[in-house]
Design a protein around this ligand. Structure first.
Ligand SMILES: [Zn+2]
Length: 177
């Protein structure tokens, strides 16, 4: 089954973690907290953030965006997560392409422009991005080790840090357009 190259990007625009969770029968409270689907617990430590800001579990220290969430919920890989979300939301991103020729042309032109921009960024800033990825990753690991040590630390958006790191990772891998 083929998958449109802009599928991950479109999914991140169209689907929130909160919505995916509710469709799977999970209902976070008004603070975005719920029992973690990925480890066994009695007090909620899984937090979902508004919009596209992602999720993070303060118990098992997993986190990410809507696609990493789908990977976990469906126990699949990145491509499997794209397929599951596409099927659930009927986004038409995998399988038969139902766009008209005009729509395809417009989408391709927009993609080319983005790729060109990202291509230039990648060439000019590859080193900077790699360094930034390393810095973010170190910060995430540092926070996780403090949490592991039982330290109570001030509220922070570790999910957003993970999302930022992963987006840079995808950009470096050429998976994001
Ligand atoms: Zn957990």
């Amino acid at each position: 089954m083929s998958c449109r190259s802009d599928a991950p990007w479109r999914i991140r625009q169209a689907v929130t973690c909160a919505d995916l969770l509710s469709r799977r029968g999970y209902h976070p409270d008004r603070h975005g907290l719920m029992l973690c689907p990925f480890h066994s617990e009695k007090t909620p430590s899984f937090r979902v953030y508004p919009g596209s800001k992602g999720w993070y579990c303060f118990g098992c220290h997993k986190g990410g965006d809507v696609l990493t969430l789908a990977e976990g919920l469906y126990q699949t890989d990145f491509k499997g997560a794209v397929r599951e979300i596409d099927r659930l939301y009927n986004l038409g991103l995998t399988g038969e392409d139902k766009r008209t020729e005009g729509e395809k042309r417009a989408d391709n032109a927009a993609l080319r422009k983005q790729r060109q921009t990202h291509g230039e960024i990648a060439r000019a800033e590859h080193d900077r991005l790699t360094e930034r990825w390393g810095v973010l990753n170190a910060r995430i690991h540092h926070m996780q080790s403090r949490l592991d040590a039982g330290e109570v630390i001030a509220p922070f958006d570790i999910a957003e840090l993970i999302c930022k790191r992963d987006r840079i990772g995808w950009k470096l891998e050429g998976e994001i357009y």
